[in-house]
Design a protein around this ligand. Structure first.
Ligand code: PHE
Length: 486
């Protein structure tokens, strides 16, 4: 088999094609069986190394009688040589040499009948039948060949052969493997192998376990914060009380956000009290009579309002808890972030839902200024691939100064609001026990808006809630914001 392969590729390398496998095989080694060789050829064909084209052909071959004539002479020559000096009776001749010998011997003028006995007519003969049958049968003139067929020395036999040419994978010429090994994966040699299976197939898409687009964007944002040295805040509590959500942030109790048409209140448990009396007193004082150089809001601050349980309206409630803890455990410069769910009692429409996700970031350090705030926010958005941002003065109960952040949307070709920011007011930071010089630059934005922009959606209900299309979740690519500016 190895030898067949060697000769085979030698020939094809040289001539590109083998017109007739039978003839080629006979010329290389007549002892090889054609069927065996075809088996080898077919295995190469199955892996596209070779292309085979089978051809049916008729070949002239010797019959057993033909073979005998080649070996020991034609029947007529046997008859001639078998006639003794005194001659042979016709009966004896027929019995010994058969009925086919006499006719040709007579017609060739080798024998004659004298007085009822068969006698030699010539001294020597040339057995042309034997000569012709010994040579190339295809070279025998048609008329004589037909006679050989009639006298059953030659017969026609169906013989197929194939035309062999190079296949599309001729140069790979490798056997198909049924296993891919660790070694092949390690040294990348699998790429040079042939496999019984398709290694280029993408495979079946799993039927479950898709990451939601919001979760993909969240992972991207989280990475940016982590890259910038931020620590994640624990945002696992959806339920807050008014104290941490509003009062600690110096948001007055008459503020419209604290009405039931803006905020969800809990029926059970309706209240909670997880703040110290000392801190409560300070917050109460700064709201009702002022302090730290501030006049406060000047109103009758009520503990009942602070104790009301609500679904948190922003993750800034968690920022407040974290800053209070930092003040109590000893102030250090910190960078915090969170990305989690918040709840607002909104009228639902294409851009508003009752629950959404907020991205929150804050930096606390000594002598933080507005330019630090602009710098850190610009860097954050730069890492999201948004270079072109603008700040607009705004109002926020717990920040001063406050700035809305706008980004230029190249697809929409307009400035869109990205979020809100500011420096937390002293009325918020000082009652917590943070040192005078410590400043907090903070900002917040929705997770949904950049996700909608990223995935080209104009309706928030397409990414959140019960009307989302499952195929949308399945088919969308992972989220990648450029991490380098152009
Ligand atoms: N909490 C604000 C909001 O709900 C966002 C914000 C966070 C603003 C921090 C300023 C500072 O939109």
């Amino acid at each position: 088999k190895e030898e067949v392969n060697q000769k085979l590729f030698e020939k094809l390398d040289k001539d590109n094609v083998i017109e007739n496998s039978r003839e080629w095989l006979a010329s290389v080694n007549p002892s090889w069986d054609h069927n065996d060789a075809v088996g080898v050829l077919k295995s190469w064909e199955s892996i596209d190394t070779l292309v085979l084209e089978f051809v049916d052909s008729i070949a002239n071959v010797l019959t057993a009688a033909g073979e005998e004539a080649v070996k020991n002479g034609s029947p007529e020559s046997k008859l001639y040589h078998g006639i003794p000096e005194e001659g042979l009776s016709m009966a004896e001749a027929n019995a010994k040499f058969g009925p086919t010998a006499l006719g040709p011997a007579k017609s060739k003028g080798w024998v004659e009948v004298v007085a009822g006995k068969l006698k030699k007519k010539v001294d020597t003969i040339v057995d042309t039948t034997q000569q012709q049958l010994s040579g190339d049968l295809n070279a025998i003139p048609a008329k004589e060949l037909l006679n050989f067929k009639k006298s059953r020395f030659v017969e026609e036999k169906k013989l197929n052969y194939c035309k062999v040419s190079k296949g599309p994978k001729y140069n790979i010429r490798k056997k198909e493997l049924s296993d891919i090994t660790v070694e092949m994966l390690k040294d990348d040699s699998w790429a040079q192998e042939n496999f019984k299976f398709n290694v280029n197939s993408l495979g079946l898409v799993p039927e479950s376990g898709y990451r939601h687009p919001l979760s993909k964007v969240k992972a991207e944002f989280k990475q940016i914060f982590l890259d910038m040295g931020f620590e994640e805040m624990p945002t696992f509590n959806f339920v807050e009380n008014g104290f941490w959500n509003f009062d600690a942030l110096f948001q007055p109790q008459q503020h419209p956000a604290r009405e039931s048409h803006d905020t969800f209140f809990l029926k059970s448990p309706a209240t909670s009290h997880d703040f110290t009396e000392e801190y409560l007193d300070k917050v109460k004082t700064v709201h009702s009579v002022g302090g730290y150089g501030s006049l406060g809001w000047i109103y009758d601050w009520k503990l009942e309002e602070a104790e009301k349980n609500i679904l948190r309206t922003h993750t800034t409630a968690v920022s407040a808890r974290m800053l209070y803890k930092l003040a109590q455990t000893g102030f250090k410069p910190k960078k915090y972030f969170s990305i989690d769910r918040v709840f607002r009692n909104e009228t639902l429409d294409a851009t508003h839902l009752a629950e959404f996700h907020q991205v929150e970031g804050l930096v606390i350090d000594n002598d933080i200024s507005l330019s630090n705030l602009i710098g850190v926010i610009s860097e954050f958005f730069r890492r999201l691939g948004i270079d072109n941002i603008r700040f607009k003065p705004a109002f926020n109960p717990y920040t001063e100064p406050s700035m809305e952040i706008f980004g230029y949307h190249p697809m929409l070709k307009k400035w869109v609001e990205l979020g809100n920011s500011g420096i937390f007011r002293p009325e918020m930071c000082l009652p917590m026990g943070l040192p005078e010089g410590a400043r907090v630059a903070a900002w917040g934005l929705s997770l949904e808006r950049p996700t909608m922009i990223k995935y080209g959606l104009d309706n928030i209900r397409a990414i959140f809630g019960n009307s989302i299309n499952v195929n949308f979740i399945k088919n969308n690519p992972i989220c990648m914001f450029p991490t380098e500016t152009k």
